[in-house]
Write a protein that binds this ligand. Sequence first.
Ligand SMILES: [Zn+2]
Length: 412
Amino acid sequence: MKIISLKRSLLAGLLIQMISTFSLGNGWSSNGGDMTRELDNIWNLGQDPVKYCVVSSADYPLSHNDLRQMVENSLGAWTQFFARYGLQAAKFGASQSGNRMPKFPDRKARGISLDFIELDSCPPESVDSVVRFVFGKIIGPIQNYLYSSKESSLGVAIRKAYDHNHYRNGGYVFVANFTNDRKKIKHMLLHEMGHMFGMPHDSVFVMYEEVAHLLTDNQFQADHLWGHIENDFWPYRLKSGESVNLSSESSRKILKKTNQSSPGVCQNQSMQTNRKIPPKLRQRLGLPANGCHKLVLTLGEKHPSRPSHRIQLALKDEQDRDIKVFPGYIETALTHKRQSFSPGLYTKWLFPNSSSYFERLPLDQVPPTTPAKGSVKIGDQNIALRLVGQNGIQVELFLPWSDKWWVARSAE
Ligand SMILES: [Zn+2]
């Protein structure tokens, strides 16, 4: 599951310093972990199509043609995802409104490559510009990285050390023969493919770092979750007009991997017992302890010039009718330059005065919704609120009556 970067000896001194390296033979070697900043780089930039091929083992539970179709569909799902957030059009090295982007050494602007062409068969392994989607079959350097990794061996995405001259990188995107369940295979494929697109772990539901634990734990019926990049409780980013339910018992159980229900659990798994609301607040709102509710956060309009949004927190009933509504606002912390959940690129850039430096830039220029601070109105009181992105979305409200923070999470 970890993407592992393999170094080319020419670039090694430049790219991988202070990292203990180990050789795995056949001219390949690895830094073996998450320690270099180009590890999460987007593999391919620019408009030229990326060539790929598909390989599968004879005993794989899905046919070769099925798998080819699944690769094509999954590339399409990621393309739609990037389009949904405007990232298919975003470019590194191009001036954007409000900020002057540093330039690539060749001064050409580049975006994420989303045009893919399938080859009829895989070329010899010495051709390293091709992305090889491999199902079940242990070929090339896969074995070394699959089994030397501390992570589960359900999948891996590996490439050579990042090509900082052309920004074109082939490699292996591997999914093991670990289940007959088509949706789970697709989920693992989407995860490994996400590494190829530079999506960091925990940036969105499918990139959950513990994905292998979810997929191999059979005690939960989570069929509806597999094979999707995002879901209701863990989107990449909330957009204006969108909501997230902070009371879903089912999502919490899935990510926490616990079978235990909270006391007085509600029949409806998207709801939570009113006992989860701090007693003094519950009394003020006139809610019975033995009822159920959903706490739903909705992101409203953005302020025209500031990184702030109107928001609404609402307690809702089973039919999604409002019981209580708390309007407010949030102001995002201005950390988007270093935004860690965006697909990004750590490489050599030029300042306008032609001096150069290495830096990671996010592809996504929209400030993330989290972390943010703000307030909501409960009755006639302004209540301080914090919004944190933590495997889903977490809302924290400071309740002056009890001098405590009330924390509600969409998932874990
Ligand atoms: Zn991973």
